[in-house]
Design a protein around this ligand. Structure first.
Ligand SMILES: Cc1cc2nc3c(=O)[nH]c(=O)nc-3n(C[C@H](O)[C@H](O)[C@H](O)COP(=O)(O)OP(=O)(O)OC[C@H]3O[C@@H](n4cnc5c(N)ncnc54)[C@H](O)[C@@H]3O)c2cc1C
Length: 489
């Protein structure tokens, strides 16, 4: 089939009735037409349509090695450094579509799946059928241009103990039984962003102990989101149905996060990738280089996001005439540094890429690892700068209805104008800045950047232990050796 259009995505998602709950209501019927998801679905459709846009097809698609159809370029297995650059350019188009605000453009998990499939031998160690399953699944997703979500984390009930030691061993999703048809899973996983995806990956993340008690929590599999017994409990939506003028981001890019409940869900054998092997589960992301390719995508998204925030901040500076203040220049410079360092990280990762044992051209991990450790701190700061520069202007943001009211409009046109533009144009920008820095949607974006790629504290710990500090220690030791230690008189 090859790359889908937006209309095809909408058709497919509407034809897959998943069990989606929001605000006490079960969505029945066409999910992409429900008020809570209609505008998000439209944005995802917009992404798919980009792949068909004349002038972008060449950069966003490539010829499938199996069918000959044009398929999404984020599925391309990179064999050369040029392939990595092609993947980056493709991902930039999707990232810029939302100013980097959409974290779950499909290339994020396409990159994951591409890396997993290329390392199918890793899964063979658990069972030769599993490697074949991963390869076939990758082809299925690629050829049908499907969109994936994923869930990795156990519910937060009690982090002091592992999943088997919770008050109920089925809080964290656990293998209930194995049958001739597949494995049956009971319990829950915490969090899946984008429950409007076609498919869900249920993969390990937290460290699994190599004990018999933890064995039932050791697995990796995939399912269609519309699988019987699979239930998504969504959080409150931050798309309140307001006009795009009022909530320019929430009205378009509310990706939604959901708790995922497995009510005795059958996972067919051909969808099982790892089973009851905690040791392989713990090595999954590092041994397959999936984290590296996912981070490559994440940094592209982060650059688009940082550039977008920089664009908003700089436009505010021009509009209200604050460029001459030195602290304003310093804050914009801080944003520029954020953008340019992320760009440098990605280029360095490509320049120093190497072929991994599976023959995949793999970006250098160190700069990407640094990038993923810095952005959770950078993004909240970028948002803080918007607050510091916008100040009370971020509260002087009449709504579309206010602007349509003739009596108010006279006041608005007079009192809300900016140095270089009229009131309505200024308000449109400041509403965007508010949705970026202050709204409930903005708060979720900050939380997302802090956590979505893992706990920043544990990511820093991983960096500490994986970074080779020995050469620096040797250099210091050599320097110190030049100065003799005095002996006692
Ligand atoms: C908006 C959003 C979207 C997300 N989307 C997805 C998704 O689509 N799919 C998915 O799988 N996950 C998703 N996540 C979850 C994300 O992977 C986790 O938030 C992240 O891994 C941290 O885990 P946690 O939230 O369970 O925090 P917890 O592990 O519960 O941590 C809570 C606090 O305790 C501390 N802590 C806990 N354990 C330790 C420890 N061992 N050592 C040191 N400190 C510790 C943490 O540092 C933190 O301060 C999303 C999260 C957010 C906020």
């Amino acid at each position: 089939m090859g790359v889908r259009t937006g209309a095809q995505y909408l058709h497919d998602v509407n034809q897959s009735p998943r069990e989606l709950w929001i605000d006490g209501r079960r969505i029945t019927g066409a999910v992409a037409e429900d008020a809570a998801f209609r505008r998000l679905a439209g944005s995802i459709a917009g992404l798919y349509d980009l792949q068909h846009q004349p002038g972008l097809q060449e950069e966003m698609t490539y010829q499938s090695p199996s069918s000959g159809d044009r398929v999404g370029l984020s599925f391309l297995t990179p064999r050369t450094k040029d392939d990595l650059a092609r993947r980056r350019r493709m991902m930039q188009h999707w990232a810029n579509f939302s100013g980097g605000i959409m974290g779950r453009t499909p290339d994020y998990l396409n990159s994951d799946l591409m890396a997993l499939a290329s390392a199918s031998g890793f899964f063979d160690q658990n069972d030769p059928r599993f490697g074949e399953n991963v390869r076939r699944y990758y082809e299925y997703v690629r050829e049908n241009d499907l969109c994936l979500t994923h869930t990795l984390i156990n519910p937060q009930s009690n982090r002091a103990v592992g999943p088997s030691q919770q008050s109920d061993p089925y809080i964290a999703a656990r293998i209930l039984e194995k049958t001739s048809a597949g494995v049956v899973v009971r319990g829950a996983r915490m969090l899946a962003t984008l429950p409007l995806a076609d498919e869900i990956l249920v993969f390990p993340s937290t460290v699994i102990r190599a004990t018999d008690e933890d064995k039932p929590y050791a697995y990796a599999f995939s399912l269609p989101c519309a699988t019987p017994g699979l239930r998504f409990i969504c959080r409150e939506s931050f798309d309140y149905g307001r006009p795009e003028f009022d909530h320019p981001l929430a009205s378009r890019f509310e990706e939604m996060d959901a708790m995922v409940v497995f009510d005795d869900v059958l996972v067919p054998w051909d969808r099982v990738f790892l089973l009851e092997n905690g040791e392989l589960c713990n090595r999954l992301y590092s041994d397959t280089d999936a984290t590296v390719h996912m981070t490559h995508q994440v940094v592209v998204k982060n650059i688009a996001k940082a550039e977008f925030v920089l664009g908003v901040a700089s436009t505010i500076v021009d509009m209200i005439g604050i460029e001459q203040f030195q602290h304003v220049q310093e804050k914009i410079a801080e944003m520029i540094i954020a953008v340019e360092t992320q760009k440098a990280f990605i280029l360095a990762s490509e320049a120093n890429a190497h072929e991994n044992p599976y023959g995949v051209m793999t970006p250098d991990w160190t700069p990407l690892n640094i990038a993923r450790n810095t952005f959770p701190k950078i993004y909240p700061r970028l948002v803080e700068i918007i607050q510091q520069l916008g100040a009370s202007g971020l509260m002087a943001i009449p709504t579309e209805r206010d602007l349509s009211e003739p009596t108010l409009r006279r006041d608005i046109d007079r009192f809300y104008q900016a140095r270089n533009t009229d009131a309505a144009t200024r308000i449109r920008l400041f509403r965007l800045a508010w949705d970026l820095a202050l709204s409930s949607f903005a708060g979720r974006q900050v939380l997302y950047e802090r956590f979505f790629f893992g706990d920043p504290v544990r990511m820093a710990g991983a960096l500490y232990f994986s970074y080779d500090k020995q050469p620096m220690k040797n250099r210091v030791a050599e320097f110190l050796e030049r100065t003799p230690i005095p002996s006692p008189e």
